[in-house]
Design a protein around this ligand. Structure first.
Ligand SMILES: [Mg+2]
Length: 228
């Protein structure tokens, strides 16, 4: 095996995050009395993206994002609701719904006998833990590190330090970071001095990433790991 330690991102890499967001957001709006959403979902996506970029820059903590995104949404659309209640509703919904991408569990099952796996997620602890438990992911990973629980996020080296510490300091030369985000997963891996595999199912063919490898399908990852 070319790589014997694999660090996986969760959302948009193994987990179908968009489907879980759609369901949780629709339920949250409905509970807040917004029965005919009109641009709310798109606006929420943009608000989220901006706030998580601020987390990557160290300007916000992941847990601050939980309520702030609904404060922004309420302000933007003049919704008469409590942002804390909406945030709690949404977080409960996010943890309760959604599934792995087709093929993701098969991938983990295939890799597990030959490699040590870690999960490294930028997200809210409560949401990540609910998904991990519900989807029985604990059994695959020797370390599960969620930014909201440790107070530091990808791409910062401090969160990779925590992963390496929990794994007993594996060799960086045989460790691979696998994820969809260039700014958190790939940037973080490069800066930490490990090889990276960019999971980019929809990216343009000429998109430059700096990643060591690029795959469009999860099924391609075992060949990368094996060095074939
Ligand atoms: Mg991701």
């Amino acid at each position: 095996m070319r790589y014997t330690t694999l660090i996986f991102d969760l959302d948009h890499t193994l987990f179908d995050f968009d489907a879980s967001v759609d369901a949780a957001f629709a339920a949250t709006l409905s509970h807040a009395g917004v029965d005919q959403p009109n641009g709310h979902r798109e606006a929420f996506a943009a608000i989220n993206l901006g706030l998580w970029k601020q987390v990557e820059r160290g300007e916000l903590t992941p847990d601050q994002v939980g309520t702030l995104r609904f404060e922004h949404l309420i302000h933007r659309f003049g919704i008469d609701a409590d942002p804390h209640a909406m945030a709690a509703d949404y977080i409960a919904g996010l943890g309760a719904g959604g599934d792995l991408y087709p093929g993701a569990r098969d991938l983990l099952d295939e890799l597990l006998p030959d490699a040590t796996l870690a999960l490294l997620s930028n997200g809210i602890g409560e949401v990540a833990r609910a998904k991990i438990t519900r989807l029985d992911l604990d059994r695959y990973f020797d370390a599960i590190v969620v930014s909201g629980e440790v107070g530091v996020a990808k791409p910062h080296g401090a969160i990779f330090d925590i992963v390496f510490e929990r794994l007993g300091h594996p060799d960086k030369a045989t460790t691979l970071m696998i994820g969809d985000s260039l700014t958190s997963d790939i940037r973080g891996g490069i800066d930490y001095g490990i090889d990276t595999c960019w999971y980019a199912p929809g990216a343009p063919a000429d998109a430059s990433s700096g990643a060591t490898y690029r795959v469009a399908r999860l099924e391609e990852i075992p060949a990368v790991v094996a060095g074939r």
